[in-house]
Design a binder for this molecule. Sequence first.
Ligand code: AMP
Ligand code: MG
Length: 413
Amino acid sequence: MNDCCYNPNEKMLTTDEAIQFLLERSKVTEQVETIKILDALDRVLAQSITSTLNVPPLDNSAMDGYVTRFSDLNSDGETTLAISQRIAAGYVGDKLEEGTAARIFTGAPVPEGADTIIMQEQCQQQDDTVVISGKINKGDHIRRAGEDIVQGSEVMSIGQKLRPQDMGLIASVGIDEIKVFKNITVAIFSTGDELLMPGEAVRPGKIYNSNRYTLTGMLQKVGCDIIDLGCIPDDLDATVTAMEKAAEQADLIMTTGGVSVGEEDYIKIAIDKLGSIEMWRVAMKPGKPVAFGEVSKTPFIGLPGNPVSVFVTFCLFARPVIRTMQGCSEVLPRKMQVTSGFDWARKGPRREFVRGQLVMDEQGQQRAQTYSSQSSGVLTSTTWAQGLIEIPENTSFEKGAVINWLDFSELFS
Ligand code: AMP
Ligand code: MG
């Protein structure tokens, strides 16, 4: 990307201003569908979930053993009690007769009158009696009704993206169908006369289109349906046609390349014809040119062409827009703090997103390390890395400093 190609009147925004701008203009799709919980992984709840019952529903045993009244146990030494009943998980026993114990199994309801469970390791059964010994406290090994979920409480709120444990929790309150936001469809295309598709023969002056694949993978990771309009040459008519097609079919349009104002960049001119576009140079590295606009009411995000810039600007700008459209309540990635394993002397006016790894040093301390090349064309930096180190504007630091870390697991969760 050559700085000489920029229009000096273009806005220069900080990373935070660019994110803020995008979030203010992004809206949830609002289209909802009802699905089975088994299909709900990674979907976003369009309703809150309130439990109509206590979980567990009754006091029950946390152990295989015997259940009795604490007052029927001798305070020291052994106690011998008659076994008056047997209660397995799934069955409700009778009221416990005084001076007796009941055989009980994990998950079985505690019978009326009983208050203490003794695990079977402390019990010896002899015909119809049990000899109980060892230290016992009143109330031992009872899982209380409602200790997990209290009837009437909200267990999940609108906007939650469902993980496996969330699916289980919804099932545990007896619900089998839920309302979720519909998946959003993203139309993508890459631009550039220089692009070859993998599988095609190498030709002079051409490079393989990697952005299409990185972008597809990232969109799949964040749960979008994709319409792939392929590779569009550096040509105004072709760009306009592709944009129109994309706007008809998708909830969001995303492109790579052609987004600055060089002679071979047609994205801005095409969208100026069809809708509206804002172009910025974001004060960040890598990245810089990013565009946001609308084509026939369909939002548009134009990512840069350089492969690492595509990766980083997707994570920082496109992902929060997508999360907002999907109805997620958490749209920004959580940053972690890690210890730097390197000195950073180069203070710069742009925020840097350096590709890094977390490694153990000789003392067993975790330290962030950087990839040898941070050029925006070196895609290997992204495959080596486990996350992005965020280095604020005008900052230098020494090894051992606490720095911000954006883990890829967080960015693609
Ligand atoms: P542009 O923003 O179109 O000027 O592209 C900037 C740089 O990224 C140029 O070196 C392009 O060749 C490269 N580039 C653009 N699109 C792709 C792509 N889909 N795959 C790989 N490199 C690309
Ligand atoms: Mg180009």
